[in-house]
Design a protein around this ligand. Sequence first.
Ligand SMILES: Nc1ncnc2c1ncn2[C@@H]1O[C@H](COP(=O)(O)OP(=O)(O)OP(=O)(O)O)[C@@H](O)[C@H]1O
Ligand SMILES: [Mg+2]
Length: 291
Amino acid sequence: MDQAGTLRKLMRRRVAIRPMNMKPVRVITVTSGKGGVGKTNVVANLAVLMQKAGNRVLVLDGDFGLANMNIVMGLEARHTIHDVITGEKEISDVIVTGASGVRIIPASSGVMRMTQLSASEKTILMERLEAAPVQFDVLLIDTGAGINSDVAYLNAAATELIVVVTPEPTSIADAYALMKVMSQDHKVKRFKLLVNMVDHEKDAMGVYNHLLNVSDRFLNINIEYLGHVLRDARMSQAVLSRKVLCEGWPESAAAGCLGAVAKTLLEKPAAIELTGNVQLFWRNLLSEVSL
Ligand SMILES: Nc1ncnc2c1ncn2[C@@H]1O[C@H](COP(=O)(O)OP(=O)(O)OP(=O)(O)O)[C@@H](O)[C@H]1O
Ligand SMILES: [Mg+2]
């Protein structure tokens, strides 16, 4: 049997033996059309806040082009998911523990494209993920900006998708383009909108209403307003200090907004949750990527 055939067989077998007594897992991707809108910082802060609220959070740095989650979280990534794919490391060797006990699977910049993995690399990755002795309630994924195929696959395999946008017209236009591609090419119909770097909450509502109006006319999708984060100089200060804002400056304006966003997310569970384990997410993801 060729490698692709072996992987397909492996996937079928794994589905059949999936343990059924595990807690559902939320898989949340944080994505954007335009770059530099605050995704990585949003993920780092939401991870800390959700962990503090009693959830076991695992963060995947899904930005395989410019991996920098570990920098924002102030961690040294000695090994990355790339070492798992090459077969040199187990997942547990790669995971690092950051603020408040959040666990992170670091990526390495520019060395890996999920969509370019060979069938044998996918098989290794899947086996190691299946065998990983880590349990969690929430998997938060930071994606790269734009709509390349890796981003699209991560978004399509998640149970919830947060689109980060700023009030800049280019960011709004790119958020619209992202939702259009995700809905038309990947059948993703539900989005949560987070408006970052606003000077007033009403500006965020303006961005939301604008996107809602245009999408109601041209796309058959559902956009939910998740919240806003105020523009706050402390955010850059936090990045420079390599400390997560909510940890270092919990009283700051942006940290307050992020707290409200985390609360909303936790109060409103996903419409779909993965029953079984997060491994199902990986299986979905890797089986989507054409073999
Ligand atoms: N609410 C905010 N107020 C002020 N600055 C912010 C805010 N959110 C993010 N920033 C700043 O914006 C910059 C980009 O943030 P970040 O790296 O999180 O964006 P990103 O969307 O992950 O970027 P990329 O697309 O390159 O991955 C950082 O310098 C960060 O400090
Ligand atoms: Mg980023």
